[in-house]
Design a protein around this ligand. Structure first.
Ligand code: PEP
Ligand code: MG
Length: 857
C-alpha cells in the first residue's frame, strides 16, 4: 500500500507531487506530459500512479540537490517497478529517453518470478540492468554484446558483466537506483548539445524539464500482455481510421521499433489482432480514445499497456501529423462541435498551407543533397538538366521534364521557365526575377545556389564535394527547403481537398483585410480565381511583351527614330495588349484588376549576344554595327535606378498612351453583353514626385476621353501610384492628391531603403542572416523597423493628402503572415501576393482578426 501520510494534499509541495485531479500542475512549471496525465486522471482513465517533479526540482537535481527520494518511492505500491519519463513544455523540444523497470533487484526478481514466472521476471531485470548500465552508469554498450539469452542465464551474465565493468555490484537499493536515474536525466537536459538541439527547435535558452515517475504496468508476463500506441486518425491524411501498433510481451515504445512482429489493432483477415486477443481491453481503449478526443479537444495518440488482459493508459500525446492531416483534423474537430471554427483556424500554421498547394518531397524520403540556396518558390519537381531556355522548350516539346539551370534569369527566359518543371539559379535572392516568376507560376525554384559551380559552357554543374551533373542528367529541386537533390526523389501530390476548402471558407468569414493576387497572364488569373483572390493587385505588364510575336514589334518600337515610327510599332502591339486585358477582366468577372504600366528599362528587351544582335539587325534591316551601337547606347550603369518606370512614361509617352488605350478598350469589350462592369485600376511605377503623376494623369485622362468619344460609351477608372521609392513615402501627401490609391512596392522600397540590390543580395544574404547582421532576409520578411517605418509614414501622409485614399501592398511581402500583420496595423485595405500565396494570406489574415477579437474580450 502506498504510504497514506505521504499523499499530501494538493498545494503542499507543488514541486514533487502525486498527480491527482487537484494537484497543482501546469505545463509551464511541470511540462506538457505531466499536465496531460493530470487531465487523463481527471477523466478517470486507468492511468498508473504518477509523481511529477517540477522544472525547479529537476534543475536542482542536476545541481546535485535531490528531493526526498524515499518519500517519492513511498507514493507507490510496495514492490512496484517504476519508470521515469521527460516532461518538457513542448514535446517537440525532446528530452532524455525514458528509463523503465526501476526498482528491479535480486529480491524483486524472486517475488516477480513467483507472480509472472522466472523467464518474464528475468527479461524485466535484464532490460533494466542494460538500460541502467548504458544510460546511467555510462558503461560501454558493447559490455552486453555477447548476451543473447534473454532469460535467467542472460540475466546472470549481464549482472556479472556489469560488476566487472563498473567495478561494483549492480545497485540493489531502489532509492539509489531512482536517484541515479533522475540525476542522469536532469543532467542530460542541461548538457550543451541537448540545449543547442532544442534551441534549434525554438526552445528558449532556459527551457525547463519536468520528470514524471510512474508505476509500471507490466507489458511482460502471463496472459495477454504487451504495449502499444493507438490513435483514431491516419497521421498522414488525417482521415478517421484507427492506426497504431501493438506488440505482445513488450514495453515502452517497442511496438513502434519492432514493426514486423506487431499485431493488427482492429480485426484483420491478414492476421491476429489486438481486438481478437484482448477484446475487452480493446473496447475500453477505443472508448477512452474517443473520450480523450472529446475532452482534450484534440486527436491524441495513446500510449498503453495491457497487463494480463487489463488496460492501462500510460500517456497521451498530440498525434504527430502532416500539414494535410493537420487541416483535416482541425476541420473535423470543429465540424463535430468539439472546437470552434476560430480555434480550428488558429491551429493551422499559415506557412504550412503552402505544403498543401504544391507537390512535395515525401516525408522521410531519401535526399541526396548536391547543393542549396534560397528557397525561392515552394514545391518539388524532378527533371533533366538544361542550361538554356531554348533547350527547355525543346525538352518540353519532346514531352520530357526538365530543370532549367541559369546563372540568373532575365525576362528572356520566361518561355524557358514556362517549359521547365523547376528552376535553379546561381545568383539572386528572394525577389530576383527567377524567384518572382517562379512563385507566380507555382514553379519550384532555388536561387542563389552559390555552393555549386555552374559551368554553362561545358554544360555541367559541379557540387562542393566534386560531383558533376551534366546536361540531361536527372535532378530534383526542392523549392520548399532550398535544396537540389541528385536523381528523382519520392514526392507526394498537392492536397487541395474538401477540408482545405472548408477551412479557407471559415478564414474568409473571419478576416477583415482583402487579399488580392499578383497576376501577369490569363493562366495566373485562373489560378488566382481558383484560390479565391479578391482581385488582381498587381499586373506587371512588361511580362506580356516577351512572347515571340511581340518581341519584334517591341524592339522596333525601341529602335524607332521618332514619335511617328514609335507609334506605328506600338499600333501592332495595341491589339495584343487589348486582348491580354480583355482576358484578364473576363476571368476576374468584375473583381478589381490593377494594371501597372510598363516598368523595366527598355534595354532588357534587347539581345545581349552576337547571334541575337545579328537576328535583330536582320529583322530591322539595319547593319549590325548600328544595332550594336544603339544597344550599347541604351545601356545604363545602374538600370534599376535609371530610365525605368514612370521616367519612361514621361520621356517616351507613347508607350503609356498605348497601354492606357488598350486598358480602356478592353474595359468596354469585357463589359459587353451583361458581363459585370469593369472599373480598371491603372498604376504608375517608380514614382518619386507629384509632378510625374500630374503629367501622366492628364495624358491618361485624354486617352480615356478619346476612347469614350470613339466608342460612344462611358466607363470609369482609377489612377494610382506605386509607392516604391523612399521619396514617394515621404511625399505621399501631395502625391495622393493625384492618386486614388497608393500601393506599396516593398521589393524596390527595400532595395532602395537598404541600398541593397535585390538581384545581388543572394550572394551574401545567408552570411548576413547567419551572423545575425539581419535577423531575416528583408526581401522575404518585411523589415518593420526601417522599411516598415517608411511604409507607415507613407500611409499616414497619403491619408493626410486624401482621406479616402485606398492603401495596399503589392511587394512579395504581401504573402508573408508577419508582414500582413503590419499591413493590417497601418490600416491597409488589401495585400496582394503571388497566387500560390493567396491561401496562406487568407488564413494569416483570419488569424490576426481572431486574435484581436480574443484579445479585446
Ligand atoms: C515592388 O517593387 O515591390 C514591386 C511589386 O514591383 P516589382 O517587383 O515588379 O519591381
Ligand atoms: Mg518595383
Amino acid at each position: 500500500m502506498p504510504n497514506a501520510a505521504l499523499q499530501q494534499p494538493a498545494g503542499d509541495n507543488p514541486h514533487v507531487t502525486l498527480i491527482t485531479p487537484s494537484s497543482p500542475m501546469a505545463t509551464p512549471t511541470h511540462g506538457g506530459r505531466a499536465k496531460c496525465l493530470q487531465r487523463l486522471v481527471r477523466l478517470d482513465l486507468p492511468v498508473p500512479r504518477t509523481v511529477a517533479l517540477s522544472f525547479d526540482t529537476v534543475h536542482e537535481i542536476a545541481g546535485g540537490a535531490l528531493p526526498d527520494i524515499a518519500n517519492v518511492i513511498a507514493q507507490f505500491d510496495e514492490g512496484a517497478l517504476l519508470c521515469v519519463r521527460p516532461s518538457s513544455e513542448d514535446p517537440d523540444w525532446g528530452g532524455p529517453g525514458a528509463i523503465l523497470n526501476i526498482g528491479m533487484n535480486d529480491a524483486r526478481y524472486v517475488d516477480l518470478s513467483e507472480r509472472i514466472g522466472r523467464e518474464f521476471a528475468a527479461v524485466l531485470y535484464l532490460r533494466f540492468v542494460q538500460a541502467y548500465a548504458v544510460h546511467v552508469a555510462r558503461l560501454d554498450p558493447d559490455t552486453f554484446d555477447e548476451i543473447e539469452d534473454m532469460g535467467p542465464g542472460g540475466l546472470s551474465a549481464a549482472l556479472a558483466a556489469y560488476e566487472e565493468e563498473a567495478e561494483e555490484p549492480f545497485p540493489q537499493d531502489p532509492v539509489e537506483q531512482l536517484s541515479a536515474v533522475l540525476t542522469c536525466m536532469a543532467r542530460a537536459w542541461e548538457g550543451t548539445t541537448a540545449r543547442l538541439l532544442r534551441q534549434a527547435k525554438g526552445a528558449p535558452m532556459d527551457a525547463g524539464l519536468g520528470l514524471v515517475v510512474q508505476e509500471m504496468a507490466l507489458g511482460i508476463g502471463a496472459g495477454e500482455c504487451g504495449s502499444g500506441v493507438l490513435q483514431l486518425v491516419d497521421p498522414d491524411t488525417g482521415l478517421r481510421q484507427i492506426t497504431g501498433r501493438y506488440l505482445s510481451q513488450s514495453q515502452g515504445r517497442e511496438a513502434l521499433e519492432m514493426d514486423f512482429a506487431s499485431l493488427f489493432l482492429t480485426r484483420d483477415p491478414r492476421g491476429p489482432s489486438l481486438e481478437d486477443q484482448a477484446p475487452e481491453a480493446f473496447k475500453a481503449l477505443i472508448e477512452n480514445a474517443e473520450l480523450m478526443r472529446q475532452r482534450l479537444r484534440e486527436e491524441m495518440q495513446i500510449e498503453f499497456t495491457i497487463e494480463n488482459g487489463a488496460l492501462h493508459i500510460l500517456d497521451g500525446i498530440r498525434v504527430p501529423r502532416s500539414s494535410r492531416a493537420a487541416v483535416r483534423i482541425a476541420v473535423r474537430l470543429a465540424e463535430d462541435g468539439i472546437i470552434s471554427h476560430e480555434e480550428a483556424l488558429l491551429r493551422i500554421e499559415p506557412r504550412a498551407i503552402s505544403e498543401l498547394l504544391h507537390r512535395q518531397i515525401a516525408p522521410g524520403a531519401h535526399r541526396d543533397v548536391i547543393g542549396s540556396g534560397v528557397a525561392a518558390s515552394p514545391g518539388a519537381a524532378t527533371g533533366k538538366i538544361v542550361f538554356s531556355s531554348a533547350e527547355a522548350q525543346a525538352s518540353a516539346a519532346r514531352g520530357e521534364h526538365c530543370v532549367l539551370i541559369r546563372r540568373e534569369t532575365s525576362p528572356e527566359d520566361i518561355r524557358g521557365m514556362h517549359a521547365a518543371v523547376a528552376v535553379v539559379t546561381e545568383r539572386g535572392g528572394i525577389t530576383s526575377h527567377a524567384a518572382v516568376i517562379g512563385r507566380g507560376l507555382g514553379l519550384p525554384c532555388v536561387v542563389g545556389a552559390a555552393n555549386m559551380k555552374f559551368d554553362l559552357r561545358k554544360r555541367k554543374i559541379t557540387t562542393a564535394d566534386g560531383r558533376s551533373f551534366a546536361h540531361g542528367e536527372e535532378i530534383t529541386v526542392d523549392g520548399t527547403s532550398g535544396q537540389v537533390l541528385a536523381g528523382a526523389a519520392l514526392t507526394v501530390e498537392a492536397a487541395l481537398d474538401d477540408a482545405f476548402q472548408t477551412l479557407m471558407g471559415w478564414a474568409d468569414k473571419a478576416r477583415d483585410i482583402a487579399i488580392r493576387a499578383n497576376v501577369d497572364t490569363p493562366a495566373d488569373a485562373a489560378t488566382a480565381q481558383n484560390f479565391k483572390a479578391e482581385g488582381i493587385g498587381l499586373c506587371r505588364t512588361e511580362h506580356m511583351f516577351f512572347e515571340a510575336d511581340r518581341l519584334t514589334p517591341m524592339r522596333e518600337m525601341i529602335f524607332a527614330d521618332g514619335s511617328e515610327d514609335r507609334m506605328a510599332a506600338l499600333a501592332v502591339l495595341l491589339p495584343m495588349q487589348r486582348a491580354d486585358f480583355t482576358a484578364l477582366f473576363s476571368i476576374m468577372e468584375g473583381l478589381p484588376v490593377c494594371i501597372r504600366l510598363f516598368d523595366p528599362p527598355l534595354h532588357e528587351f534587347l539581345p545581349s549576344d552576337r547571334a541575337g544582335l545579328r537576328d535583330l539587325a536582320e529583322a530591322l534591316d539595319l547593319p549590325i554595327s548600328d544595332v550594336t551601337e544603339r544597344v550599347e547606347a541604351l545601356g545604363e550603369y545602374n538600370p534599376m535606378l535609371g530610365m525605368r518606370g514612370v521616367r519612361l512614361g514621361i520621356t517616351v509617352p507613347e508607350i503609356y498612351d498605348m497601354q492606357a488605350r488598350a486598358i480602356f478598350e478592353a474595359t468596354l469589350d469585357a463589359s459587353r453583353a451583361g458581363a459585370p462592369p469593369v472599373v480598371p485600376e491603372i498604376m504608375l511605377p517608380l514614382v518619386s514626385a507629384k509632378r510625374e503623376v500630374e503629367i501622366l494623369r492628364t495624358r491618361i485622362d485624354a486617352v480615356a476621353s478619346a476612347v469614350k468619344a470613339e466608342r460612344g460609351r462611358d466607363f470609369t477608372y482609377r489612377l494610382g501610384v506605386m509607392v516604391e521609392t523612399p521619396r514617394a513615402c515621404l511625399r505621399a501627401d501631395d502625391i495622393a492628391q493625384h492618386a486614388q490609391f497608393l500601393s506599396f512596392g516593398t521589393n524596390d522600397l527595400t532595395q532602395m531603403a537598404y541600398g541593397l540590390s535585390r538581384d545581388d543580395a543572394g550572394r551574401f544574404m545567408s552570411d548576413y542572416v547567419q551572423q545575425e547582421v539581419f535577423l531575416e532576409d528583408p526581401f522575404h520578411i518585411l523589415d518593420i523597423e526601417g522599411v516598415g517605418e517608411l511604409v507607415a509614414i507613407g500611409a499616414e501622409r497619403g491619408r493626410q493628402g486624401r482621406p479616402d485614399v485606398l492603401l495596399s501592398i503589392c511587394g512579395e511581402h504581401g504573402g508573408d503572415p508577419d508582414s500582413i500583420a503590419f499591413c493590417r496595423a497601418v490600416g491597409m485595405n488589401h495585400v496582394s501576393c503571388s497566387p500560390f500565396r493567396v491561401p496562406i494570406a487568407r488564413l494569416a489574415a483570419a488569424q490576426l482578426a481572431i486574435r484581436e477579437t480574443i484579445g479585446s474580450q
